[in-house]
Design a binder for this molecule. Structure first.
Ligand SMILES: Cc1ncc(COP(=O)(O)O)c(C=O)c1O
Length: 430
């Protein structure tokens, strides 16, 4: 950190103590960022779900494009016509004006979700940081202790605006009820993840929705990873992921009574966009109360087009894609079972975390996977607690069977050189 002095030379300022504290908390991650090729990488080229980093080609198991829509020819080919008509970017804030693509997208999402209404903004982070403070007012926010970092950002802003924030134990409805019984100022808002971004499991929506209704609270669910992948159950379903990919609330057979559903288009729909499904009255309020609607730039036209065409493809053959995704994910989970290796994934959904027996091994494990052509997300401390340090595999429909076979083979060889945590006696749902 430097400061200018009058001679034009840079003078070194003493490093404030709070920076050392901050850097200390992130040290493991910072060390990894400096030393490991699987963090902060520059990808030079892609070929399907293969990526090239420098001279090394790797099978990508870190992508969140679960349905493979980023590579879907029908979607890619549809975009130029939208650009011809609309240009690259509507540079109005939404309150000023929205291309008609926005209401079209909102209508399609509302219909797919079976919700009352939908409001589209560029990212989930923007939604959390703007909507959570509005819904919390000077009341009480109950947040899952392990909710996504971006939910926490929203809660911190809510606290700055006068709300009280209370944490409950991870996905623990009993602990939440204990806090709700203690009382606290209204309005009351309960914030948690739908499909958890690390364990790959879905939260028990009915249990939390019931508490919200019983205690006059709103349940606010972030389903970044479930939307597009899981959906309503029924006889017609092609896999245990359910049908239509309309998210964790429909997957659980729940209604939107006292439930606010938030999800993104940047994972399953490969597009820079996000939405909140809520009553029309709240949508109207958010148009002036949520800063991104007033002040932020909107999603690019290519993203709006990708999402609109993606929703059409989803209606026609999304369930086929999801059945394929389920089959490929099952192959990976079965191979871990056969190796006797623990993963917290009990759902069968395509997020598979593999914790290490010794967190100190993470750098060497990352290198082994990289050198053997497998790209994953390294989960270092403080992203996860030390006992969960490891790596996260994400399977997408665009991963080929050959890439899955390569992953299974490399996982097998990994267990010869490194200790992973032993399997526990837990049943898988799908
Ligand atoms: C659970 C969850 N919520 C929110 C986000 C952030 O989404 P966005 O990029 O739309 O802000 C992520 C991103 O990975 C996520 O996993």
């Amino acid at each position: 950190m430097t400061a200018r002095v009058s001679s034009g030379q840079a003078a070194v300022m003493p490093r404030p103590a709070w920076i050392d504290k901050w850097l200390g908390a992130c040290k493991d991650l910072a060390d990894l960022e400096r030393s490991n090729p699987m963090t902060d990488a520059v990808v030079d080229e892609i070929d399907g779900r293969m990526i090239r980093i420098g001279d090394q080609w790797l099978a990508d198991f870190a992508s969140c494009n679960y349905l493979g829509f980023d590579l879907e020819r029908e979607i890619i080919d549809a975009i130029p016509a939208y650009l011809d008509r609309w240009g690259t970017h509507p540079s109005w804030s939404r309150l000023l004006g929205s291309p008609v693509l926005y209401p079209q997208l909102e209508e399609r999402l509302t219909q797919l979700l079976g919700a009352d209404d939908t409001l589209v903004l560029p990212t989930i982070t923007l939604i959390h940081t703007s909507v959570i403070p509005v819904l919390a007012g000077s009341g009480t926010v109950y947040v899952d202790r392990r909710a996504h970092k971006t939910i926490y950002e929203g809660c911190e802003l809510a606290a700055a605006h006068g709300a009280t924030v209370k944490r409950f134990a991870f996905e623990d409805a009993d602990d939440l009820e204990r806090l709700l019984k203690e009382g606290g100022p209204s309005p009351r808002l309960i914030c948690l993840d739908g499909v958890n971004s690390m364990t790959g499991n879905a939260v028990d929506v009915p249990a939390f929705a019931e508490l919200a209704r019983a205690y006059g609270a709103l349940l606010y669910v972030d389903d970044a990873h479930g939307f597009g992948v899981i959906g309503e159950r029924g006889d017609e379903e092609t896999s245990p992921y359910g049908s239509r990919g309309n998210g964790v609330v429909r997957y659980a057979g729940e209604s939107y009574d006292h439930v606010i559903f938030v999800a993104g288009l940047s994972k399953a729909y490969s597009s820079l966009g996000a939405f909140i499904a809520c009553p029309s009255e709240l949508k109207r309020l958010l148009k002036t109360a949520a800063p991104p609607y007033l002040y932020s730039g909107p999603s690019p036209i290519a993203s709006l087009a990708t999402a609109l065409v993606g929703l059409e493809v989803n209606e026609r053959r999304g369930d086929e894609v999801r059945a394929d995704l389920w089959r490929k994910t099952s192959r990976v989970l079965d191979s871990l079972d056969a190796l006797g290796v623990h993963t917290p994934n009990r759902s069968g959904f395509p997020i598979v975390e593999v914790p290490l027996a010794r967190h100190e091994d993470i750098d060497a494990v990352g290198r082994f996977l990289f050198d053997n052509g497998i790209y994953v997300t390294l989960a270092a401390y403080p992203l996860v607690p030390r006992k969960e340090v490891g790596f996260r595999i994400q399977i997408t429909a665009a991963n080929t069977d050959a890439e899955i076979a390569q992953l299974v083979d490399v996982l097998h060889r990994l267990t010869n050189g490194f200790d992973l945590q032993p399997a526990r006696d837990e049943r898988r749902a799908a």
